[in-house]
Design a protein around this ligand. Sequence first.
Ligand code: FMN
Length: 431
Amino acid sequence: MAPEKLYTPKRVPGKKEFYALNDPPVGALLPTDKFPQNENAPLLLKPITIRGTTFHNRVFVSPMCQYSSDNGHATDYHFVHLGQWAINGVGAITVEATAVVPEGRITPQDMGIWADSHIQPLKRIVDFAHTQGVKIGIQLAHAGRKASTLSMHLGASVIPGDHQAPRNVAYAEEGGWPDEVYGPTDAPWADDFPKPKPVTEEYMDYLESAYLAAIDRCKEIGFDFIEIHGAHGYLIHSFLSPLTNTRADKWGGQSFENRARLPLRIISAARAAWADKPLFARFSATDWAEGPEQSSDGLWKQWGVGQMKLLVGELKKIGVDLIDVSSGGNWAAQKIPKLQPGYQVPFAAAIKEAHPDMTIGTVGLILSPKQAEEILEEKKADVVFLAREIVRSPTFVMRAAEEFGAAVKPTVQSERSWTRMLHPKSNMTPV
Ligand SMILES: Cc1cc2nc3c(=O)[nH]c(=O)nc-3n(C[C@H](O)[C@H](O)[C@H](O)COP(=O)(O)O)c2cc1C
């Protein structure tokens, strides 16, 4: 006779395969009755609820294009790349800029969501993140006039002499579509980039329906949130900026209202379609072009914080839940005066000050838990998005907990690697 069973491991309910249940979810603070030190936990590790969705901490993974998709489809590479942050308990994972139409990809290797066949590989990643209790969303994008280019792997390797592409444009032989690139006008992003076709009203209708179809797929996939990509010189940013949107019709020119018309149309449609779950939007807060945002005679000269504040006022009316504040990417001659840790935080802080009731995310050279915590404590933002640092340190959340003397949930499988953090302490000094 078999011996009596002493212990049955808890498993994630509803899954055919065995996944060990983490309760609380990975990355969440452990209960204070067992871990009294969590009474003084840092804000960075505290949950935040946005439109009914609770993110277990405020360390959000920023979207990062990997230029590794197979005709828009996520592969096992993405499963591992994104899955690493699920088992390490971040507050949210944002899937890279994902094109709503094929010609809206930056490169032929970008992620896409224009076809039903894109659903399954993304759903596999999302389902896995959910087995760990980690929230995952996707950035929906159209690259505008920066589309049909060769990927970073080919065009901008940081290793001298490695993979240097002879040019920026991806031609048909490389899977590109340089004759089907769209922008506010026919001005290219830079001399050696494709010449765009000005977006027509028919194209706007098609674009709106493409975003809506993508959102339907996001629902089927089970994403927890969507971020609309309105930054870095892609289609939406290029419409917002007076430097690049010099159209003479109601969709552009000097008037802020005209330049914001298409972006607001897309975002309103997205809000209506994605009614119950958080909708984020990422924008650049400046073009980093020379000179002021507005001249002394009141003319808008480049995109900047003044217009961002106006835009956020409109986005509040629409019901956008979080503004993710980045910068640049729209003007080839941009000059960032000083690239230093937290260099984009002042933009987030200015927008937070103007719109204290809006949830604000900040990004850019956020390198340590202490730096991130200070930003939140000083109310410059509500969450931090990390890109390169969380690639270097996928265990950022656990390390933050260790550093602050707090205790968050690691996966049951990795508990033995975090015994120091998991030691209950009653005498922790407040952070
Ligand atoms: C490899 C890589 C890919 C990126 N892809 C995207 C993207 O898909 N969408 C986006 O909005 N920003 C993208 N970015 C910008 C990052 O999300 C982030 O805003 C920027 O790197 C600054 O943050 P960091 O200093 O933490 O890296 C990318 C950055 C890197 C390094």
